[in-house]
Design a protein around this ligand. Structure first.
Ligand code: RI2
Length: 292
């Protein structure tokens, strides 16, 4: 896999999901033919980071590797790259299992859980609760325009979890029969605001009105220490063709396709991370402890 190919796979969303794009970039770096030339390495890292703008997991994952390679003595750079890339990948895989372990107790026997998009972080507690023998129901919102909800119900069905699919605008109605909302995250700002798939912010507001707790399930490498609040995170706006076919709207109508939004921290009950279920107050300190 070349760097350009990996970047293109991320850009086109052939490889998607916040954690997955970070891991994909790191794997591409780890596998690049390289003799130790730092300029070429930094260029490859920059190409990967530029592929998508919102999920901080991408630059954070790349930075994890770049920092360690830069710090290595020149003669050990190549070996360091191979090793730290593999380390990050293993750590990220383990984090999802840990999120499952910490989050599973939130799901009670007979509960109904609602989720949006397709997040391996949000699915991890669901799969773990099912493995522990509890029976419950999961509603997946379709998530226009990419319809990642179809991926979610596919995964749920494969694991034998009772699931249903609903259009995004069904959220308000369906929250009447929902006990818990689990979402993923693409970025978490320093104040605890979460940037996730478009619709998540509104869903959290509606859930508050219905008295349903909302938890964000995310690895701590999705924390963006450079952004004070969610509104500071750049929101990716993708092509019009993802929303409408040519000719479907008059030529003088603009079509918008922002793919993420901000969930203000006050609408979240907590953060299910690989280091435990955290409050906004403990999130940053725990994350810093985890990553050093
Ligand atoms: P995991 C996805 O973004 C969704 O917004 C999802 O909630 C988030 O990444 C986290 O996914 P996209 O790549 O890392 O579909 O939990 O735009 O799998």
């Amino acid at each position: 896999m070349t760097i350009e190919k990996a970047a293109e796979e991320i850009r086109s969303m052939r490889v998607r999901g916040a954690a997955k794009i970070g891991r994909h970039a790191v794997r591409a770096l780890g596998a690049m033919p390289w003799s130790g030339d730092m300029a070429a390495f930094e260029k490859a890292a920059a190409t990967l980071v530029a592929a998508r703008p919102t999920a901080v997991s991408l630059p954070n994952a790349v930075e994890y590797v770049v920092k360690r390679v830069r710090a290595a003595p020149p003669a050990q750079r190549v070996e360091t790259l191979r090793r730290v890339a593999a380390d990050f990948d293993a750590r990220a895989a383990k984090a999802v299992d840990e999120i499952g372990r910490h989050g599973a107790p939130l799901i009670e026997e007979g509960a109904t859980v609602l989720t949006i998009c397709n997040s391996q972080g949000a699915l991890a507690p669901i799969f773990e609760a099912a493995r522990q023998g509890r029976r419950f129901h999961v509603i997946a919102l379709e998530t226009r325009p990419w319809r990642q909800g179809l991926l979610t119900v596919g995964q749920l069905a494969k694991e034998g979890v009772d699931a249903s699919l609903a259009v995004d605008s069904g959220a308000w109605s369906l929250l009447r029969e929902t006990d818990l909302v689990l979402t993923g995250a693409d970025s978490i700002a320093k104040n605890g605001d979460v940037v996730n798939k478009i619709g998540t912010g509104g869903l959290a507001v509606l859930a508050r009105e219905r008295g349903v707790p909302v938890y964000t399930c995310a690895e701590t490498f999705k924390i963006d220490l450079k952004r004070e609040q969610g509104e500071d995170v750049p929101i990716e706006e993708r092509e019009v063709a993802e929303v409408v076919q040519p000719g479907e709207v008059p030529a003088n109508v603009r079509v918008r396709n922002p793919v993420f939004d901000v969930t203000q921290h006050r609408f979240l009950k907590g953060y299910v991370t690989e280091v435990g279920v955290l409050s906004r107050e403990t999130l940053i300190a725990e994350a810093q402890r985890a990553w050093g």
